[in-house]
Design a protein around this ligand. Structure first.
Ligand code: SAH
Length: 510
């Protein structure tokens, strides 16, 4: 039986978290994802690695694929046996032409689901602090097209009835016709002083709002050169914005922040940026993986075989813990084999990672950075003791040297290695070229060097000039030093080497 089917999914208004659970599941299941401009491309990272992507985006006046061609494409892909997810901005039924797509699927006996989305017509006003209804102002609202298209004339709207019957009016696709809309509404009895707001790129980092009245908004919009896509809201509820513009009060509102750390480690940083009202964009320039060099694997395994001989095991990162335990498990080695060793963690996160595995670190330095851990254990170190130091291929080397100076026998092994990746690079280059990235976060020296190298590999001849004007935020002095040496002046530096402190350092400067 043909397993081909189509999910017609509302992707929400922009903020990638405003998609439904069902919509997200459809992205995760798809063999092919067909998407357009208003669906946030950041949602695509949840796809299966082998999923095919087809952009059918409509840029104003420039249709990449005609609607009929999109309809047919969905049918063809499903008939080839593919699971197809069609992502549409907002809700697929609200001026989204889902009806046409679904009809052709039905005509061809293709199974389809229509998964609703959060429509921009309600969500975008909400993000600008304008609830579309309010007991004191209105008990009705309408979503109206502001677009004139050939087979359905603009004047077919019954302006007189609309103006009389409807409280809040929300116009989509109306920026170009704003003047006519305002004129018609005034002609049909709405007072010229009726408040109006336009919100463009609502729920994205580029969200901008302009307010006025039916009488003066057209002029204001022209002066500000305010462009689509925007939602137009006409009604008394617009006044509430003064008090309720909640997201604009957040410290990172309007700031798009690039996160360069490995995907597997990025979520905490992404969530913090998000929580402070910023828009995090992931561009992982590092991927972690188990060691690949045969000598490294051999050295690691040899050390693990002798795990019972060590007096100290020093863990210097959460990743170090993760990969160390992963290898123990792969080799079937019980953690009790290091029962006699004292275990030190470089900081609270590393200690937490150990605690998750049932090990309470014996030593936890008060101060961050590798130096802190040495200070914390120095009094207990005795010449001749054996220390195991599981690290990464790029780890800084002062620690083993220092330990050796103190007369200890150090075994340094790679438990993981960092490799460069350039995943999703084209989107990032596009954002950088448009000056749409405001801040870049670096959480290690290798994120700095890898970002520059990744851009070069993606064909950018002068990465530094592409990054000019972008603010640089570093997690600590070493990373900042690398950034400066590479020609990237540092704007923000975390007080403590944690991602929370990094985000705070940015937020404080608003
Ligand atoms: N199905 C979509 C609407 C498609 S029509 C939905 O439910 O949201 C496209 C119009 O939607 C745009 O011209 C603009 O008026 C509006 N729109 C969509 N996303 C928007 C956003 N993030 N900010 C402002 N307007 C948006």
């Amino acid at each position: 039986m043909n397993k081909g089917r189509v999910y017609l999914v509302g992707a929400g208004p922009g903020d990638p978290k405003l998609i439904s659970v069902r919509g997200m599941e459809a992205i995760q299941k798809a063999d092919v994802i067909v998407y357009d401009r208003l669906a946030n491309p950041r949602l695509l990272k949840h796809r299966r690695p082998e999923a095919e992507l087809i952009f059918v985006g409509k840029l104003p006046d420039k249709h990449i694929l005609k609607q009929e061609e999109i309809n047919q494409l969905l049918v063809d892909l499903a008939l080839q046996g593919k699971v197809v997810t069609r992502l549409k901005g907002g809700d697929p039924s609200v001026f989204g032409r889902v009806g046409e797509e679904a009809e052709l699927l039905a005509d061809n006996d293709v199974i389809f689901d229509i998964i609703p989305g959060i429509t921009s017509s309600i969500a975008v006003p909400t993000y600008a602090g304008i609830p579309v209804t309010h007991r004191d102002f209105t008990s009705s609202f309408a979503i109206i097209t502001g677009h004139e298209y050939p087979n359905k004339t603009y004047s077919s709207l019954d302006w007189e009835h609309l103006a009389k019957a409807i409280g809040t009016m929300v116009f989509l696709m109306g920026v170009a016709n704003l003047e006519q809309i305002c004129r018609e509404l005034i002609r049909c009895g709405k007072p010229p002083e009726m408040p109006v707001a336009l919100v463009r790129w609502g729920t994205w980092a580029d969200q901008e709002t302009i307010t006025g009245t039916l009488a003066d908004i057209t002029e204001k919009v022209r002066e500000a050169n305010f462009k689509s896509p925007a939602v137009i809201i006409v009604g008394e509820v617009v006044k509430l914005r003064e008090k309720l513009a909640w997201i604009e009060k957040k410290p990172l509102f309007g700031r798009r922040v690039l996160v360069t750390r490995a995907r597997s480690q990025a979520s905490e940083l992404v969530d913090l940026i998000d929580d402070m009202g910023g828009e995090a964009v992931e561009f992982p320039v590092i991927r972690l993986q188990p060691p690949s060099r045969p000598e490294a694997i051999q050295a690691l395994d040899l050390a693990l075989d002798k795990l019972h001989e060590f007096d100290w095991v020093l863990l210097t990162s959460v990743n170090g813990v993760e990969y160390f335990f992963r290898r123990l498990r792969e080799k079937g080695i019980d953690v009790r084999k290091m029962g006699k060793a004292r275990i030190a963690a470089v900081g609270p996160k590393t200690a937490e990672a150990l605690a998750e595995r049932g090990i309470i670190a014996d030593v936890l330095p008060a101060k961050y950075q590798g130096e802190g851990i040495l200070e914390a254990i120095q009094a207990d170190l005795k010449a001749g003791q054996k220390v195991l130091l599981p690290t990464a291929d790029l780890a800084r080397d002062y620690m083993p040297a220092k330990l050796k100076d103190l007369g200890l026998e150090v075994t340094e092994v790679d438990v993981y290695e960092n490799v460069l990746t350039t995943e999703d690079g084209d989107e990032i280059i596009h954002l950088l070229q448009n000056q749409s990235i405001h801040i870049i976060t670096f959480t290690s020296s290798s994120t700095v060097t890898n970002l520059l190298e990744a851009l070069r590999q993606l064909g950018v001849e002068e990465p530094l000039s592409l990054l000019q004007g972008v603010e640089i935020a570093c997690i600590g002095p070493k990373t900042a030093e690398t950034a400066s040496q590479c020609g990237l002046p540092v704007t923000y530096m975390a007080e403590e080497a944690t991602v929370a402190s990094l985000v705070l350092s940015i937020a404080k400067h608003k």
